[in-house]
Design a protein around this ligand. Sequence first.
Ligand SMILES: [Zn+2]
Length: 236
Amino acid sequence: MTDLESLRALMEADRWIERVAGQRRHLPESEELAGVEGELRVLAGDLRAAQETQAPVRAAHASARDEGARLAARASDLAVKLGASGTPAGTLAALQKELDHVRELLAATEDRELELMMELEPLDEAVETVKSAAAPLVARRGELVTLVAELQASLDEELASLRRSREETACAVPAALLSRYDAALSRSGTSGAAQLVNGRCDGCRIALAPLDIDRVKALPEGEFAPCPECGRLLLP
Ligand SMILES: [Zn+2]
């Protein structure tokens, strides 16, 4: 294998690694997951708001219901006392007066309870609407979390194997050339060499001056000049 061939093999190995790493960074499933999580955050806010509106009405309804039950029990006690024999007429009149009053209060409380129940219905519905909108998203989020983890694990395995074979490929490049390649790689990323294609560096896409092109092409075999723009070793 010539130096040019081993350098090109190394460049291709690094580009391949970069492609797979890029695929891992930009999984469509990860993007969908981010979208689903965003929607769920909005729905969580909607749910809090709906519950905050619902809570005081629900509490008022419960207290009207309890008050109604208390008044109904009191009314029935009073009715029993009124029906008891041997009660003095003065007491009966007082009991009747209290019973009338309790019944008035009870009727008002029942009206209030009904009003609150009607007020509560759409508020309960609003809470349920948000919950049913969130349910399929929560399920999808679960699926996506699993899917992303599986895809990432499989890409990580692929990357580990590509990196192992990249190290083998790197062994075929002479040490001095390899250190220039690695320096260009850490400076520019993706790969430490680039191919000259139609007068352009295919690493950074810059068009080289005709003089630079001639210089690259005139170099003796095994010698490489850096791209004046990105510093990658230019392969003729
Ligand atoms: Zn370049």
